[in-house]
Write a protein that binds this ligand. Structure first.
Ligand code: HEC
Ligand code: HEC
Ligand code: HEC
Ligand code: HEC
Ligand code: HEC
Length: 399
C-alpha cells in the first residue's frame, strides 16, 4: 500500500469527475432534495449542471453527503492512478508546467487534449499542461473514447481498440520500439564501441506493448527470427480490465482460478518445458522469465568488459540506468559529482540491453505475453553468446 499526500485538487477533481459521470450516465443530478443539508450549485450554462456539491452550512458531516460512485472513488483514490505525490505526476514540478509530449500520459488533461476529447484538434497538445493532474475519472469515463477506433503504437502499428481499452493502450505503450534501436545503430559494425550511441529507454509500465508482442513490435527483433504476436490468452480474458480492476488496478486473482489450478499469478504455469535451463517445471512461468532476464543482464555486463572494452554498471534508480565503470571496481564512475553515462555501446550490446530493459520494464510481462518475453530474452542472450565465446546449447535454454 502506498502512503501518499494527495493534493486537494486531485480530490476535487475526483469528485467533480465522479459526479459529472453520474449526471451523464444516470441522467439525474444530486440536489438539495436528495441530500438534506446540502445545496447543489446549479450551472449557469444551458446544457449541464456544474458537478460540485457543497454543504449549505457547517458543521460538515461527510456521512450525510451521498456520493453515488463512492466505492469507485475510494478504490481509485488508493490506486497509483490517483497518487498525486508520485514521481510520474510530480516530475515537472520545477518546470511549473508539464511538457506537451509528456502530458499525454502524465495528466488527464493532456490525455484528453491528445485525443481531442476536450474539443481541441487531436494530437500532442499545442501548449504545456498545468501541473497537478492525475489519471482522473474523465480519462476513462469519457463518451468520446468510444469514437476512438485505433491507437498508434511507437512502432507505427495502428492497433484497433474498443471503448475504454483506448485509454490503457495510449498510456501503457511505452515510447520506443525495436525500430528506434535499429535506426540508432544503423549499419555500424556490430562489435565496435561508438561514443555516439546512447541507451534507448523503452520508458515504464509498458504492459500494452508487451501484450501485443511481435505484432506490436516493441522489442528489437533479430533477423531471421519469428516472434509470437498478441497474447490472446483465452476468452473471456480479452482486455486489460479482464484481469485488472479498473479502479484499484489490482489483479483480480480469484478470476484466474476458474481456469488455472493456482490463483497466485506468480505461480501459474502451463508450459511443460523449462525455459531457463533449471529443468524445474513446478515454478511459475514468471520465474523462467526472471532467470533468463538475470542471465541476459549478466551477459551484457560481461560483454561490456570483455568485448566493448569498458565495464558497465546497471543502476535501476538513476536515468539512463547504464553507467561507466572504467576501472572495473563495480562502482559507477563519477565526473564532477555526476554519474558517467555508459558511452561505449556497440550495436550488439545496445540491442540486447534494450530488450532486457523492455522485458523488465513490465513486471507483468509473464502474464501479458510470456512467449514474447522469453523469445526476446533468448535471442538477445544467443546474440551476445558468440562474441563471449559461450555455446548457447550449453545453457540448456529454450526459446
Ligand atoms: C506513452 C505514454 C507516456 C509518455 C508519452 C510519457 N510517459 Fe512517462 N510514464 C508513462 C507511464 C505509464 C509511467 C508509469 C510508470 C510507473 O511508475 O508505473 C511513466 C513514468 C514516468 C516517470 C517515473 C519513473 C519512475 O521511476 O517512477 C518519469 C520520470 C517519466 N515517466 C517521465 C516522462 C517524460 C519526461 C516524458 C516526456 C518527455 C514522458 N514521461 C512521456 C507513460 C508515458
Ligand atoms: C483507468 C480507467 C478508469 C478510471 C481512471 C476510472 N474508471 Fe471507473 N470504470 C472503468 C472501467 C473500465 C469500468 C467498467 C468496469 C466493468 O465493466 O467491470 C468502470 C466502472 C465504473 C463504475 C461502474 C461501477 C463499477 O465500479 O464497476 C463507476 C460508478 C465508475 N467507474 C466511477 C468512476 C469514478 C468516480 C472514477 C474517478 C474517481 C473512475 N471511475 C475512474 C475505468 C476507469
Ligand atoms: C493518462 C494515462 C494513463 C491511462 C489512460 C491509464 N494509465 Fe495506468 N498508469 C499511468 C501512470 C502514469 C501510472 C503510474 C502512476 C504512479 O506511479 O503513481 C499508471 C499505473 C498503472 C498501473 C500500476 C499500478 C501500481 O500499483 O503500480 C496499472 C496496473 C495500470 N496503470 C493499469 C492501467 C489500466 C488497466 C488502464 C486502462 C483501464 C490504465 N492503466 C490507463 C497512466 C495511465
Ligand atoms: C491475464 C491477466 C492480465 C491482463 C489481460 C493484463 N494484465 Fe497487467 N498484470 C497482470 C499481472 C499478473 C501483473 C503482475 C502483477 C504484479 O506484479 O503485482 C500485471 C502487471 C501490470 C502492470 C505493472 C503493475 C506494477 O506493479 O507495476 C501494469 C502497468 C499493467 N499490468 C497494465 C496492464 C495493461 C495496460 C493491460 C492491457 C494492455 C494489462 N495489464 C493486461 C495481469 C494481466
Ligand atoms: C478463461 C480461462 C483463463 C482465465 C480466466 C485465466 N487464464 Fe491464464 N491462461 C489461459 C490459457 C488457455 C493459457 C494458455 C494460453 C497460450 O499459451 O496461448 C493461459 C496462460 C497463462 C499464463 C502463461 C503460462 C505459461 O506457462 O505459459 C499466465 C502467466 C496466465 N495465464 C496468467 C493468468 C492470470 C494471472 C489470470 C487471472 C488474472 C488468468 N491467467 C486467467 C486461460 C485462462
Amino acid at each position: 500500500m502506498r502512503t501518499k499526500a494527495i493534493a486537494l485538487s486531485a480530490v476535487l477533481l475526483a469528485l467533480a469527475g465522479a459526479l459529472a459521470l453520474d449526471l451523464r450516465e444516470a441522467g439525474h443530478a444530486q440536489t438539495a432534495e436528495d441530500t438534506p443539508g446540502v445545496a447543489a450549485i446549479p450551472f449557469t450554462g444551458d446544457e449541464v449542471v456544474l458537478p460540485f456539491v457543497i454543504p449549505e452550512s457547517g458543521p460538515f458531516n461527510p456521512e450525510e453527503i451521498e456520493i453515488e460512485n463512492n466505492q469507485a472513488i475510494a478504490d481509485w483514490f488508493r490506486s497509483a492512478h490517483a497518487d498525486a505525490a508520485a514521481e510520474a505526476f510530480r516530475h515537472w514540478d520545477e518546470d511549473g508546467e508539464i511538457r506537451p509530449a509528456c502530458s499525454v500520459c502524465h495528466s488527464g488533461a493532456g490525455f484528453r487534449s491528445f485525443h481531442g476529447l476536450d474539443g481541441s484538434a487531436p494530437g500532442i497538445p499545442e501548449t504545456p499542461v498545468d501541473l497537478g493532474g492525475v489519471v482522473d475519472c474523465q480519462t476513462c469515463h469519457n463518451p468520446g473514447l468510444s469514437q476512438i477506433t485505433e491507437i498508434r503504437m511507437p512502432s507505427g502499428v495502428m492497433h484497433p481498440v474498443n471503448g475504454v481499452e483506448a485509454s490503457c493502450m495510449t498510456c501503457h505503450q511505452g515510447r520506443t520500439a525495436g525500430v528506434t534501436v535499429a535506426e540508432a545503430v544503423g549499419d555500424l559494425p556490430d562489435d565496435s564501441p561508438n561514443a555516439d550511441l546512447r541507451f534507448v529507454n523503452p520508458h515504464y509500465a509498458t504492459a500494452a506493448a508487451t501484450w501485443l508482442g511481435g505484432y506490436g513490435a516493441a522489442g528489437y527483433h533479430y533477423e531471421g527470427r519469428a516472434y509470437s504476436g498478441r497474447f490472446f490468452h483465452a476468452r473471456p480474458v480479452a482486455s486489460c480490465v479482464s484481469c485488472h480492476q479498473p479502479h484499484t488496478l489490482e489483479v483480480q486473482t480469484d478470476s484466474c482460478s476458474t481456469c488455472h489450478e493456482n490463483g497466485n499469478p506468480e505461480e501459474i504455469r502451463l508450459a511443460r518445458q523449462s525455459y531457463d535451463g533449471s529443468g524445474d517445471t513446478s515454478q511459475g512461468i514468471r520465474e523462467d522469465i526472471r532467470n533468463n532476464a538475470a542471465l541476459l543482464l549478466d551477459f551484457v555486463t560481461r560483454y561490456g568488459a570483455e568485448v566493448a572494452g569498458t565495464a558497465i554498471v546497471y543502476d535501476g534508480g538513476r536515468y539512463p540506468y547504464f553507467f561507466t565503470d572504467a576501472n572495473g571496481d563495480g562502482m559507477v564512475d563519477t565526473a564532477d559529482g555526476s554519474p558517467v553515462a555508459y558511452a561505449s555501446w556497440t550495436p550488439r550490446m545496445l540491442r540486447a540491453a534494450y530488450n532486457w530493459k523492455l522485458v523488465t520494464a513490465d513486471p507483468g510481462a509473464y502474464a501479458h505475453n510470456p512467449h514474447y518475453a522469453l523469445e526476446l530474452l533468448y535471442d538477445s542472450i544467443a546474440d551476445l553468446a558468440g562474441p563471449l565465446g559461450v555455446e548457447v546449447e550449453s545453457l540448456n535454454l529454450l526459446r
